[in-house]
Ligand binder design. Structure first.
Ligand SMILES: *Cc1c(COP(=O)(O)O)cnc(C)c1O
Length: 362
């Protein structure tokens, strides 16, 4: 299946320019959606078929659709960036497409070919390019997802699966400058277990993290950090972001991929950029005691979280039941250096020696 097989059914009532401009001026996150969406269906007999760009709108979901009962679902998140010349690009979509295949394999969903994943994004952004905001860390957030749409309550991998892509304009994550977030240490809940689905980008992992996230908010924190499920000792990641530690000698460490950590595209990019800036990088286990002791002794000088939505986010405070510690009042120089470079590449302000950028429009 190639893009020539994606049928375009334009919306008869796209949002008018004035209303769209209002939305793009202050889009927030995940509240507004572009005029169209891509939908592709899968069955064992027909494989992927019926690819269509159609007006954005509700699905008709049968109450017995298996996703509603057994949560066979995965998703991706990437962004479309408008460059200075008006063209629209995305960042490492092949990495997201490959991760989507790995997530699908773990959740017993069919594999969507990498080129179909990318063509679907290209088709949607071509039709809705006016929805890509410009300037100031704004972007069009792209959300590909796949779910079990078979009407069947039996427990087995679905034989009817739907893939879709929707797009939502996103404002700058930090409206008033890069400010450190506070992190709550989850001691009662884990996100992912050995042999579980932690490395897959599936809705179920998020469902499992919400109560811990709510606990974080109740304790005055912005985000939650999870430890490994077996020993409650190794730092794994936040609910939806990977974590990095910067040491006094300029080196960086991030927890090694262990099957329960989600392999972030931002994480891999940070590892490469940091090396190019001359920082030693290490993927290894960092325990919660390493974190606390490292900050106390001055060995750990910066902590940051990273992911597509927030790029790099400094961690200011770690709190737990009965204690807290400050990891920095403001964003550190290494965090800012890598953050800046990543954004410069994404917004086309510097060269792209890695070939990470992929043109979407025109
Ligand atoms: C998506 C996600 C990340 C970050 O991945 P990016 O590809 O960098 O956006 C990290 N952790 C979890 C649990 C995620 O779902």
């Amino acid at each position: 299946m190639t893009s020539s097989h994606i049928v375009i059914e334009p919306s008869a009532s796209p949002l008018d320019d004035e209303r769209r401009a209002q939305i793009l001026a202050d889009p927030g996150f995940g509240r507004h959606f572009s005029d169209h969406m891509v939908v592709i269906e899968w069955t064992p007999d027909e494989d992927w078929h019926g690819a269509t760009v159609k007006p954005y709108g509700p699905f008709s979901v049968d109450p017995a659709s298996s996703v509603l009962h057994y949560a066979q679902e995965i998703f991706e998140g990437l962004k479309a960036y408008r460059h200075g010349d008006g063209s629209v690009w995305t960042f490492r979509p092949d990495a997201n497409a490959h991760r989507f295949q790995r997530s699908a394999a773990r959740m017993a969903l069919p594999s969507l070919p990498v080129e179909v994943f990318i063509e679907a994004i290209e088709a949607l952004v071509s039709v809705d390019h006016a929805w890509v905001p410009s300037g100031g860390e704004r972007s069009l957030y792209l959300r590909p997802f796949m779910f079990a749409s078979e009407v069947f309550l039996g427990v087995r991998p679905a034989k009817h699966v739907t893939f879709a892509v929707i797009a939502s304009p996103a404002g700058p994550y930090f409206a008033g400058g890069v400010t450190p977030v506070s992190i709550w240490l989850s001691e009662d809940f884990t996100r992912a277990a050995p042999g579980g689905t932690g490395a897959a980008k599936c809705g179920g992992n998020y469902a499992a993290s919400l109560v811990a996230q709510a606990e974080a908010i109740d304790n005055g924190c912005d985000q939650v950090v999870f430890l490994d499920a077996r020993n409650q000792r190794d730092v794994e990641e936040l609910g939806g972001m990977n974590i990095f530690f910067v040491y006094a000698d300029g080196s960086l460490a991030t927890p090694q991929l262990n099957g329960s950590i989600l392999e972030g595209v931002t994480r891999s990019s940070v590892l490469e950029l940091a090396t190019e800036f001359g920082h030693k990088t290490d993927e290894r286990s960092v325990t919660i005691d390493d974190w606390r002791d490292g900050v106390a002794t001055g060995d750990i000088v910066e902590v940051f979280a990273c992911g597509t939505a927030a790029v790099l986010t400094p961690v200011g405070t770690l709190k737990w039941r009965g204690g807290e510690l400050s990891c920095g009042e403001e964003a550190g120089p290494v965090t800012l250096q890598i953050r800046e470079r990543l954004l410069d590449v994404q917004y086309g302000r510097v060269g792209d020696p890695h070939g990470w950028m992929h043109r979407l429009w025109p």
